[in-house]
Design a protein around this ligand. Structure first.
Ligand code: 4NP
Length: 158
């Protein structure tokens, strides 16, 4: 059976989307689902292409017993064709990704990750931790964890 292909997207691909990728990888590994999924992450901008995740993101993952091995890259149109679900971190990412195509079928693949967070109150943004304090990374981990649980429940119903 074809794998379900998931792409997490943020601005720089060094903070939020690699965190989400790591949490998703952990989820599928712990639930015996790794063979069913292909998981990657990208940024909408090119500033950090080729870089490893921000050390603060890695430290926050490590303190939760997780890790990530990733090199930043920028989203391309082909990613929207290739992946089944494109899970973006905020409305700015949503605008940037959806501006890459006018194809209505492809646009249906794009979701705000936090729309699956049962505790999200209003705007569905995963806050950008880049200019924040270190605990901003822990908050992103909590938000992504809840959102990924919600997304997996959504997938089960598909
Ligand atoms: P990310 O965070 O989109 O979660 O990877 C950011 C990384 C870099 C910048 C902004 C946000 N930057 O302005 O360089």
């Amino acid at each position: 059976m074809a794998k379900i292909k998931l792409l997490f997207v943020c601005l720089g691909n060094i903070c939020r989307s690699p965190l989400a990728q790591a949490i998703m990888l952990d989820y599928v590994n712990k639930n015996g689902l790794a063979h069913k999924f292909e998981i990657d992450s990208v940024g909408t901008c090119s500033y950090h292409v080729g870089k490893h995740p921000d050390p603060r993101a890695v430290a926050a993952l490590n303190s939760n017993g997780l890790n990530i091995n990733h090199v930043a890259r920028q989203i391309q149109f082909g990613d929207i064709e290739y992946y089944d679900y494109i899970l973006v971190m905020d409305h700015r990412n949503y605008e940037d990704v959806t501006s890459l195509t006018t194809n209505k079928e492809l646009l249906k693949k794009v979701f705000l990750l936090r729309s699956f967070d049962e505790m999200s109150v209003n705007n569905y943004n995963v806050p950008d931790p880049f200019y924040g304090l270190d605990d901003a990374f822990d908050e992103v981990i909590s938000i992504c964890g809840r959102s990924i649980n919600g997304f997996m429940q959504f997938l089960e119903k598909q």
